[in-house]
Design a protein around this ligand. Structure first.
Ligand code: PMP
Length: 324
Protein backbone atom coordinates (compact mmCIF):
# COMPACT_ATOMS: atom_id res chain seq x y z
CA UNK A 1 0.00 0.00 0.00
CA UNK A 2 1.20 3.53 -0.72
CA UNK A 3 -1.05 5.97 1.12
CA UNK A 4 -0.10 9.49 2.19
CA UNK A 5 -1.06 10.82 5.63
CA UNK A 6 -3.37 13.73 4.81
CA UNK A 7 -2.35 17.10 3.42
CA UNK A 8 0.93 17.23 5.30
CA UNK A 9 1.98 13.73 4.23
CA UNK A 10 1.48 14.71 0.60
CA UNK A 11 4.02 17.56 0.64
CA UNK A 12 7.28 16.91 -1.22
CA UNK A 13 8.56 13.96 -3.27
CA UNK A 14 7.65 15.83 -6.42
CA UNK A 15 8.75 14.55 -9.84
CA UNK A 16 11.80 15.92 -11.65
CA UNK A 17 10.68 16.72 -15.20
CA UNK A 18 12.90 16.82 -18.29
CA UNK A 19 11.89 19.98 -20.10
CA UNK A 20 11.92 18.47 -23.58
CA UNK A 21 11.85 21.54 -25.83
CA UNK A 22 14.50 23.41 -23.83
CA UNK A 23 16.73 20.33 -23.50
CA UNK A 24 16.58 19.72 -27.25
CA UNK A 25 17.34 23.35 -28.04
CA UNK A 26 20.35 23.57 -25.74
CA UNK A 27 21.82 20.04 -25.90
CA UNK A 28 21.76 20.01 -22.09
CA UNK A 29 19.43 18.15 -19.76
CA UNK A 30 17.22 20.97 -18.43
CA UNK A 31 15.33 19.47 -15.50
CA UNK A 32 12.51 21.14 -13.54
CA UNK A 33 11.49 20.06 -10.03
CA UNK A 34 7.69 19.99 -10.19
CA UNK A 35 6.91 21.95 -7.03
CA UNK A 36 3.60 23.10 -8.51
CA UNK A 37 2.41 19.55 -7.76
CA UNK A 38 2.61 20.05 -3.99
CA UNK A 39 -0.88 19.84 -2.43
CA UNK A 40 -1.06 23.58 -1.73
CA UNK A 41 0.15 24.28 -5.27
CA UNK A 42 3.66 25.62 -4.66
CA UNK A 43 7.20 25.12 -3.41
CA UNK A 44 6.23 27.02 -0.25
CA UNK A 45 4.30 24.08 1.23
CA UNK A 46 7.65 22.61 2.27
CA UNK A 47 8.78 25.69 4.21
CA UNK A 48 5.33 26.20 5.75
CA UNK A 49 5.37 22.64 7.10
CA UNK A 50 8.90 22.90 8.56
CA UNK A 51 8.12 26.23 10.21
CA UNK A 52 4.97 24.85 11.86
CA UNK A 53 6.62 21.54 12.84
CA UNK A 54 9.55 23.35 14.47
CA UNK A 55 7.23 25.65 16.42
CA UNK A 56 5.28 22.60 17.65
CA UNK A 57 8.45 20.76 18.64
CA UNK A 58 9.74 23.78 20.57
CA UNK A 59 6.39 24.07 22.36
CA UNK A 60 5.80 27.55 20.89
CA UNK A 61 2.62 26.56 19.08
CA UNK A 62 -0.01 24.79 21.16
CA UNK A 63 -3.41 23.35 20.16
CA UNK A 64 -5.79 26.07 19.01
CA UNK A 65 -2.94 28.55 18.48
CA UNK A 66 -2.53 31.03 15.65
CA UNK A 67 0.10 31.18 12.91
CA UNK A 68 0.77 34.78 11.85
CA UNK A 69 2.67 35.67 8.70
CA UNK A 70 3.39 38.54 6.36
CA UNK A 71 3.17 37.07 2.89
CA UNK A 72 2.24 38.02 -0.62
CA UNK A 73 0.77 34.63 -1.47
CA UNK A 74 2.10 31.12 -1.70
CA UNK A 75 3.50 30.81 1.84
CA UNK A 76 0.19 32.06 3.23
CA UNK A 77 -1.71 29.51 1.16
CA UNK A 78 0.58 26.69 2.36
CA UNK A 79 0.28 27.84 6.00
CA UNK A 80 -3.51 28.17 5.76
CA UNK A 81 -3.88 24.61 4.43
CA UNK A 82 -1.63 23.19 7.18
CA UNK A 83 -3.43 25.24 9.86
CA UNK A 84 -6.74 23.69 8.78
CA UNK A 85 -5.24 20.21 8.77
CA UNK A 86 -3.63 20.70 12.21
CA UNK A 87 -6.34 22.71 14.01
CA UNK A 88 -4.67 26.14 14.11
CA UNK A 89 -5.91 29.59 13.17
CA UNK A 90 -4.09 31.57 10.50
CA UNK A 91 -3.66 35.35 10.26
CA UNK A 92 -2.14 36.76 7.09
CA UNK A 93 -0.90 40.33 6.67
CA UNK A 94 -0.66 41.12 2.98
CA UNK A 95 0.25 44.23 0.94
CA UNK A 96 -2.93 45.71 -0.57
CA UNK A 97 -1.30 45.67 -4.01
CA UNK A 98 -1.65 41.89 -4.25
CA UNK A 99 -4.20 40.31 -6.57
CA UNK A 100 -7.78 39.74 -5.47
CA UNK A 101 -7.38 36.07 -6.47
CA UNK A 102 -4.76 35.53 -3.75
CA UNK A 103 -6.78 37.28 -1.03
CA UNK A 104 -9.88 35.31 -2.06
CA UNK A 105 -7.94 32.03 -1.95
CA UNK A 106 -6.63 32.81 1.55
CA UNK A 107 -10.10 33.73 2.81
CA UNK A 108 -11.60 30.59 1.27
CA UNK A 109 -9.01 28.59 3.21
CA UNK A 110 -10.28 30.23 6.40
CA UNK A 111 -7.38 32.59 7.05
CA UNK A 112 -8.01 36.02 8.49
CA UNK A 113 -6.60 38.39 5.86
CA UNK A 114 -5.46 41.90 6.79
CA UNK A 115 -4.48 43.99 3.75
CA UNK A 116 -2.07 46.83 4.61
CA UNK A 117 -0.52 49.62 2.51
CA UNK A 118 2.59 48.51 0.63
CA UNK A 119 5.54 50.33 2.26
CA UNK A 120 9.28 49.45 2.18
CA UNK A 121 10.94 47.10 4.66
CA UNK A 122 12.61 50.05 6.38
CA UNK A 123 9.13 51.19 7.57
CA UNK A 124 7.87 49.45 10.77
CA UNK A 125 4.45 49.21 9.07
CA UNK A 126 5.88 47.07 6.27
CA UNK A 127 3.71 43.90 6.03
CA UNK A 128 6.53 41.58 7.10
CA UNK A 129 7.58 43.67 10.10
CA UNK A 130 3.97 44.32 11.09
CA UNK A 131 3.25 40.58 11.12
CA UNK A 132 6.05 40.16 13.70
CA UNK A 133 4.62 42.89 15.90
CA UNK A 134 1.07 41.52 15.68
CA UNK A 135 2.24 37.98 16.56
CA UNK A 136 4.24 39.21 19.56
CA UNK A 137 1.11 40.88 20.96
CA UNK A 138 -1.07 37.75 20.70
CA UNK A 139 -1.45 34.81 23.11
CA UNK A 140 -0.51 31.34 21.81
CA UNK A 141 0.59 32.69 18.45
CA UNK A 142 3.77 32.29 16.42
CA UNK A 143 5.30 34.48 13.76
CA UNK A 144 6.25 32.19 10.88
CA UNK A 145 8.92 34.73 9.80
CA UNK A 146 9.75 32.88 6.58
CA UNK A 147 12.45 35.34 5.50
CA UNK A 148 14.66 34.93 8.56
CA UNK A 149 13.45 31.65 10.08
CA UNK A 150 16.05 29.04 9.11
CA UNK A 151 13.48 26.23 9.35
CA UNK A 152 12.62 27.46 5.84
CA UNK A 153 15.92 26.54 4.21
CA UNK A 154 16.24 23.47 6.42
CA UNK A 155 13.13 22.11 4.69
CA UNK A 156 15.00 22.27 1.39
CA UNK A 157 18.28 20.99 2.86
CA UNK A 158 16.47 17.95 4.23
CA UNK A 159 13.94 17.26 1.47
CA UNK A 160 14.26 19.11 -1.89
CA UNK A 161 18.07 18.79 -2.06
CA UNK A 162 18.20 15.04 -1.27
CA UNK A 163 15.30 14.37 -3.67
CA UNK A 164 17.16 16.14 -6.52
CA UNK A 165 20.38 14.26 -5.69
CA UNK A 166 18.59 10.89 -5.75
CA UNK A 167 16.50 11.68 -8.81
CA UNK A 168 19.61 12.58 -10.84
CA UNK A 169 21.73 9.77 -9.34
CA UNK A 170 24.16 12.50 -8.31
CA UNK A 171 24.74 13.38 -11.97
CA UNK A 172 24.03 17.08 -11.72
CA UNK A 173 26.31 19.82 -13.01
CA UNK A 174 24.41 22.93 -11.97
CA UNK A 175 21.62 24.22 -9.77
CA UNK A 176 19.94 27.51 -10.62
CA UNK A 177 16.85 29.15 -9.16
CA UNK A 178 15.46 32.55 -8.22
CA UNK A 179 14.97 33.56 -4.60
CA UNK A 180 12.14 35.14 -2.63
CA UNK A 181 13.09 34.31 0.93
CA UNK A 182 16.05 32.34 -0.45
CA UNK A 183 14.98 29.20 1.40
CA UNK A 184 14.72 27.01 -1.69
CA UNK A 185 17.92 28.30 -3.32
CA UNK A 186 20.04 28.17 -0.17
CA UNK A 187 18.84 24.84 1.25
CA UNK A 188 19.34 22.98 -2.04
CA UNK A 189 22.64 24.75 -2.87
CA UNK A 190 24.08 23.86 0.55
CA UNK A 191 22.97 20.23 0.29
CA UNK A 192 24.32 19.77 -3.24
CA UNK A 193 27.69 21.38 -2.36
CA UNK A 194 27.96 19.03 0.64
CA UNK A 195 27.54 16.06 -1.72
CA UNK A 196 29.81 17.41 -4.46
CA UNK A 197 31.55 20.81 -4.26
CA UNK A 198 31.85 20.82 -8.07
CA UNK A 199 28.10 21.30 -8.55
CA UNK A 200 27.77 24.88 -9.81
CA UNK A 201 25.21 26.92 -7.83
CA UNK A 202 23.76 29.96 -9.56
CA UNK A 203 21.21 32.56 -8.44
CA UNK A 204 18.57 33.52 -11.03
CA UNK A 205 17.32 37.06 -10.57
CA UNK A 206 14.51 39.16 -12.09
CA UNK A 207 15.02 42.84 -12.85
CA UNK A 208 14.36 45.04 -9.81
CA UNK A 209 16.04 42.59 -7.43
CA UNK A 210 19.41 43.08 -5.77
CA UNK A 211 20.70 39.50 -5.71
CA UNK A 212 22.45 39.59 -9.10
CA UNK A 213 24.50 42.59 -8.08
CA UNK A 214 25.08 41.10 -4.60
CA UNK A 215 26.61 37.93 -6.07
CA UNK A 216 28.64 39.86 -8.64
CA UNK A 217 29.87 42.75 -6.44
CA UNK A 218 28.87 42.12 -2.80
CA UNK A 219 26.33 45.00 -2.87
CA UNK A 220 22.58 44.33 -3.37
CA UNK A 221 21.90 47.14 -5.86
CA UNK A 222 18.54 47.11 -7.62
CA UNK A 223 17.75 48.22 -11.17
CA UNK A 224 14.52 48.15 -13.23
CA UNK A 225 11.41 46.17 -12.27
CA UNK A 226 9.55 42.95 -13.03
CA UNK A 227 6.01 41.59 -13.40
CA UNK A 228 7.02 38.39 -11.61
CA UNK A 229 5.63 37.71 -8.13
CA UNK A 230 7.17 35.97 -5.12
CA UNK A 231 10.79 36.43 -6.18
CA UNK A 232 13.47 39.08 -5.99
CA UNK A 233 14.85 40.80 -2.92
CA UNK A 234 16.60 44.03 -2.02
CA UNK A 235 18.09 42.61 1.18
CA UNK A 236 20.06 39.52 2.12
CA UNK A 237 17.72 37.48 4.30
CA UNK A 238 19.01 35.16 7.03
CA UNK A 239 18.04 32.26 4.77
CA UNK A 240 20.35 33.57 2.02
CA UNK A 241 23.26 34.39 4.31
CA UNK A 242 26.13 31.95 3.81
CA UNK A 243 24.49 30.25 0.82
CA UNK A 244 27.07 29.23 -1.79
CA UNK A 245 26.66 31.16 -5.06
CA UNK A 246 29.18 30.65 -7.87
CA UNK A 247 27.42 33.06 -10.18
CA UNK A 248 24.17 34.91 -10.90
CA UNK A 249 22.08 35.31 -14.04
CA UNK A 250 19.61 38.09 -14.67
CA UNK A 251 16.48 37.34 -16.72
CA UNK A 252 14.21 40.15 -17.94
CA UNK A 253 10.43 40.02 -18.29
CA UNK A 254 10.50 39.60 -22.09
CA UNK A 255 12.56 36.41 -21.75
CA UNK A 256 10.40 35.27 -18.82
CA UNK A 257 7.19 35.63 -20.87
CA UNK A 258 8.76 33.92 -23.89
CA UNK A 259 9.83 30.98 -21.71
CA UNK A 260 6.49 30.70 -19.88
CA UNK A 261 4.62 30.54 -23.21
CA UNK A 262 7.10 28.01 -24.65
CA UNK A 263 6.61 25.85 -21.54
CA UNK A 264 2.85 26.09 -22.12
CA UNK A 265 2.74 25.60 -25.88
CA UNK A 266 5.66 23.21 -26.50
CA UNK A 267 6.01 21.33 -23.21
CA UNK A 268 2.38 21.34 -22.04
CA UNK A 269 3.28 22.91 -18.68
CA UNK A 270 1.10 25.76 -17.33
CA UNK A 271 3.37 27.60 -14.87
CA UNK A 272 3.77 30.94 -13.08
CA UNK A 273 6.25 33.73 -13.84
CA UNK A 274 8.97 32.67 -11.41
CA UNK A 275 9.25 29.36 -13.31
CA UNK A 276 9.82 31.49 -16.44
CA UNK A 277 12.73 33.27 -14.75
CA UNK A 278 14.14 29.96 -13.51
CA UNK A 279 13.94 28.11 -16.82
CA UNK A 280 15.19 31.22 -18.67
CA UNK A 281 18.22 31.25 -16.37
CA UNK A 282 18.76 27.50 -16.87
CA UNK A 283 18.78 28.04 -20.65
CA UNK A 284 21.27 30.93 -20.33
CA UNK A 285 23.45 28.74 -18.12
CA UNK A 286 23.26 25.88 -20.64
CA UNK A 287 24.53 28.26 -23.32
CA UNK A 288 27.41 29.34 -21.04
CA UNK A 289 28.36 25.79 -20.00
CA UNK A 290 27.88 24.15 -23.41
CA UNK A 291 26.04 20.94 -24.42
CA UNK A 292 26.08 17.76 -22.33
CA UNK A 293 25.43 19.26 -18.89
CA UNK A 294 22.62 18.53 -16.46
CA UNK A 295 21.01 21.65 -15.02
CA UNK A 296 18.26 21.56 -12.40
CA UNK A 297 15.80 24.32 -11.55
CA UNK A 298 12.43 24.77 -9.81
CA UNK A 299 8.94 24.92 -11.32
CA UNK A 300 7.55 26.89 -8.36
CA UNK A 301 3.80 27.16 -8.93
CA UNK A 302 1.09 26.76 -11.55
CA UNK A 303 -0.14 29.34 -14.04
CA UNK A 304 -3.75 29.50 -12.81
CA UNK A 305 -2.69 31.87 -10.00
CA UNK A 306 -1.69 34.38 -12.70
CA UNK A 307 -4.63 34.01 -15.07
CA UNK A 308 -5.60 37.69 -14.84
CA UNK A 309 -2.06 38.91 -15.52
CA UNK A 310 0.57 36.74 -17.19
CA UNK A 311 -2.08 34.80 -19.14
CA UNK A 312 -4.25 37.80 -20.01
CA UNK A 313 -3.23 39.17 -23.42
CA UNK A 314 -4.63 42.64 -22.74
CA UNK A 315 -2.72 42.92 -19.47
CA UNK A 316 0.47 41.70 -21.14
CA UNK A 317 0.00 44.16 -24.01
CA UNK A 318 -0.45 47.00 -21.48
CA UNK A 319 3.01 46.11 -20.14
CA UNK A 320 4.48 45.89 -23.66
CA UNK A 321 5.14 42.19 -23.10
CA UNK A 322 2.95 40.36 -25.64
CA UNK A 323 4.90 37.33 -26.90
CA UNK A 324 5.40 36.88 -30.69
N1 PMP B 1 8.25 31.45 -6.84
C1 PMP B 1 7.10 31.80 -6.26
C2 PMP B 1 5.87 31.88 -7.11
C3 PMP B 1 7.05 32.09 -4.88
O1 PMP B 1 5.87 32.45 -4.32
C4 PMP B 1 8.23 32.01 -4.13
C5 PMP B 1 8.20 32.34 -2.65
N2 PMP B 1 7.88 33.66 -2.36
C6 PMP B 1 9.43 31.67 -4.77
C7 PMP B 1 9.40 31.38 -6.13
C8 PMP B 1 10.76 31.67 -4.06
O2 PMP B 1 10.89 30.75 -3.04
P1 PMP B 1 11.80 31.01 -1.76
O3 PMP B 1 10.99 31.86 -0.81
O4 PMP B 1 12.10 29.67 -1.22
O5 PMP B 1 13.03 31.75 -2.19
Amino acid sequence: MDIKAGFVGTIGNTPLIRLESFSEQTGCEILGKAEFLNPGGSVKDRAALYIIKEAEEKGLLKPGGTVVEGTAGNTGIGLAHICNARGYKCLIIIPDTQSQEKMDALRTLGAEVRPVPAVPYSDPNNYVRLSGTVASEMENAIWANQFDNLANRQAHYETTGPEIWQQTDGKIDAWVTATGTGGTYAGVAMYLKDQNPNVKTVVADPMGSGLYSYVKTGEPKTEGNSITEGIGSSRITSNMQGAPADDAIRVDDHECVRVVYQLLEKDGLFLGGSSGINVGAAVALAKQMGPGHTIVTILCDGGARYQSRLFNREWLASKGLLPD
